[in-house]
Design a binder for this molecule. Structure first.
Ligand SMILES: [Fe+2]
Length: 355
């Protein structure tokens, strides 16, 4: 079998071929490269027989429907995929024989309901279910996403052999494919956690979907074929947990302030800007909100920094539920040049407990 990664950027497309007969299969092709795929087939005298999408993508339009129309190949997705143009619907445990190449289908929901991983010739094509090394896995906050289901999928895949080589649908930072055994040791998604702990870990890393992703999903539900039909930002690491952050943000050290120290500060009337980065509904929930906070949800912080222009040199305390999203928020602010930014340590959980 031949195996190749085609796209030069962060969206991965795999070409799998039988050795001798020129028949090939594409996994996760991207509409922007539609003409490149057709050129490649023509130049190498290959026949495209099947396209498989590992899931309904939210960050790019699939080339599956367009390739199906252009080449008469079959289009395969999980049975829960909303796209009507799918020819063959996959189920957990299926073994497919496509041109003599055997694919074992593992349903791995979490990132989406219709996510599958494919075991093929010593490889594990994971889609956005599992990324490489410290990249964790795809976000679970898009429509149909579920951290609880993601935990169950991780447990299921944990039983697979360590020597399978993991090939994800995204790689944003040049990491190289490596073994599932390595992922079990290094990947933060495989840190030992109960389901509840995993859900809370994912919840704290949530950025919320960017607005444009809903449009991309709709395009893929509708089997769209126009690459210009939806506005998509260029090369944004949109499927990462901390999806839309710029490079280097994660390396910035955050400073913390305890709930007690903040209460003392407020009592002295030396009021910093309190910036709560939770979703609006959370501020009226059980944990409440600190009086006078300004609310900018973490998902929109990067694009709403101009609202904070008066505070570049002033003291800012970023607040969330537990401190995780606020840490990301503080990193975004510091990267943007805000000088005095602290994180409320332990978030509203500790704030409500402190005297
Ligand atoms: Fe995805």
């Amino acid at each position: 079998m031949t195996f190749e990664q085609l796209n030069p950027h962060s969206c991965r497309t795999y070409l799998l071929g039988s050795e001798n007969d020129g028949r090939v299969i594409l996994v996760d092709p991207v509409i922007d490269h539609f003409n490149d795929y057709l050129d490649l087939l023509k130049t190498r005298n290959l026949t495209l027989t099947h396209v498989i999408d590992t899931h309904t993508h939210a960050d790019h339009i699939s080339a599956g429907p367009a390739l199906k129309d252009a080449t008469d190949c079959k289009y395969l997705m999980h049975e829960k995929a909303p796209a009507q143009c799918v020819d063959i619907r996959l189920k957990d445990g299926d073994t497919l024989n496509l041109n003599g190449i055997l694919f074992d289908v593992v349903h791995t929901p979490g990132h989406t309901k219709d996510s599958v991983s494919l075991i093929v010739d010593g490889r594990l094509l994971t889609g956005d279910f599992l990324f490489l090394d410290d990249a964790g896995g795809g976000r679970d906050d898009l429509p149909g996403g579920s951290a609880a289901e993601h935990w169950e999928s991780l447990s299921k895949v944990f039983e697979l052999p360590n020597d399978l080589i993991v090939y994800p649908a995204h790689e944003y930072r040049g990491r190289q494919p490596s073994s599932l055994g390595r992922q079990k040791q290094l990947n933060p998604h495989y840190k030992s956690r109960t389901k509840e702990e995993f859900v809370s870990y994912i919840e704290d890393l949530r950025l919320g979907p960017a607005d444009w992703m809903a449009d991309v999903l709709k395009a893929n539900y509708a089997c769209a074929q126009d690459p210009k039909g939806v506005w998509i930002p260029v090369d944004v690491p949109a499927c990462e947990i901390k999806g839309t952050l710029g490079k280097g943000v994660n390396e910035i050290a955050a400073e913390f302030i305890s709930a007690r120290a903040l209460k003392e500060l407020l009592a002295l009337d030396r009021t910093p800007l309190l910036l709560d980065v939770r979703e609006p509904y959370e501020l009226s929930g059980d944990l409440g909100a600190i009086d006078g906070v300004r609310n900018i949800p973490i998902a929109s912080l990067s694009s709403r920094l101009d609202e904070l222009a008066d505070f570049t040199d002033k003291e800012i305390v970023v607040v969330c539920r537990s401190g995780a999203r606020a840490t990301t928020g503080a990193q975004i602010l510091k990267k943007a040049g805000f000088r005095d930014v602290k994180v409320l340590d332990g978030g509203m959980l500790l704030w409500n407990k402190s005297k």
